[in-house]
Design a protein around this ligand. Structure first.
Ligand code: FAD
Length: 308
């Protein structure tokens, strides 16, 4: 793995660094490039702008690794408030939510996470929108897929996420490529050991292609989450090869990353969904984005150096 990526991911777990970054005055400006804001109102405002531009949205209330029930409950209530606000703003048809199960109690008790995720799914259904379960580090994959299966018994539209860096993912892609199954394919953003994940980025890309083909040739609704121009092109070509029309799959990208490309794809008639994170707990999310791309890190460090 790239040493800079290792360093930044290590910093993500370091409390002293967390304090410095989170309180530096410039952090707020930099964070706003990748995060919609800290409040529901700000998240809804950003959603409205994106929808007006012809994009669709999935919103993530930032936070993960919740260690007590009260916090997990507060996360659920944040999602319920968000879903209300999206509906009131007439945005629920174009904007869904993404949920991290560790934020709603998965590390405490799988049943608690299932119950909390169910509350969010029920609210999403009543507001006419959907939920996707983000995928976190590999120690949670089996549990997340179990909870997904349970949720899909009641809400078959609940979306899954698969990460191409995991060696297991081709099998999971084949298994989930069934009618009605919404599956987001991404490369994966966590620091994983070589026993479970491909250490070489080229292998991760090859795996992405294999998994994409499995999803495109199946009967589900694949959602290709990547900014990688080669993969975007390849997915477009292969989708045409498999006779998939725009609307039978979608592209997804992160808020603030390649916005021009998001608009270009939407103008070609594709469904493009922007992943919009918001909330006070932006630190871990920002660190993962910085770890992915040295240019982002340089931008951040330059801003810190010139403004603090
Ligand atoms: C919608 C969405 C949801 C996600 N959900 C999850 C999840 O649930 N779990 C999880 O583990 N991960 C998730 N991720 C993160 C994902 O796993 C990757 O870490 C992240 O998307 C970076 O991988 P990439 O495919 O964009 O390619 P990378 O290998 O990071 O980049 C490939 C190429 O893309 C282009 N590119 C990348 N970033 C930029 C940039 N900032 N500006 C310009 N060009 C750029 C460059 O040409 C680069 O060479 C999600 C990503 C997206 C887009």
């Amino acid at each position: 793995m790239n040493p800079l990526r290792t360093l930044i991911l290590a910093a993500a777990g370091n409390n002293a660094i967390r304090r410095v970054v989170a309180t530096a005055p410039v952090s707020r400006d930099v964070v706003r490039r990748f995060v919609a804001g800290e409040t529901t109102a700000e998240a809804v405002e950003v959603t409205r702008t994106l929808v007006r531009e012809g994009l669709t949205v999935t919103l993530d209330h930032l936070g993960e690794d919740t260690t007590d029930e009260a916090t997990a409950d507060a996360v659920v209530r944040a999602y319920l408030e968000l879903l209300d606000a999206l509906d009131e703003g007439g945005l629920a048809e174009r904007a869904e939510v993404s949920v991290k199960l560790t934020a709603v109690g998965q590390l405490l008790d799988e049943k608690l996470a299932l119950a909390n995720a169910s509350r969010i799914c029920a609210a999403a259904e009543s507001h006419g929108t959907t939920v996707t379960l983000d995928m976190e580090d590999h120690t949670t994959t089996d549990s997340t897929l179990r909870i997904l299966a349970e949720l899909r018994e009641t809400w078959p539209w609940v979306g899954a996420v698969l990460q191409s860096y995991l060696r297991r993912t081709l099998d999971d892609s084949r298994r989930l490529a069934v009618a009605g199954s919404r599956v987001r394919l991404c490369k994966g953003a966590y620091f994983e050991p070589p026993e479970v994940a491909f250490p070489d980025p080229h292998e991760v890309d090859l795996s992405y292609v294999r998994c994409a083909l499995a999803l495109l040739s199946g009967d589900g609704y694949p959602m290709f989450a990547t900014h990688d121009p080669r993969l975007v092109r390849l997915v477009g070509d292969r989708a045409a090869f498999y006779g998939r029309k725009p609307g039978s799959f979608e592209f997804q990208m992160l808020y603030g990353i390649r916005p021009d490309e998001q608009l270009r794809l939407a103008q070609l008639g594709h469904t493009v969904r922007v992943y919009v994170p918001y909330g006070a707990e932006w630190y871990g999310y920002l660190m993962r984005r910085l770890a992915e791309r040295p240019a982002n890190t340089a931008f951040f460090l330059r801003a810190l150096a010139t403004k603090t």
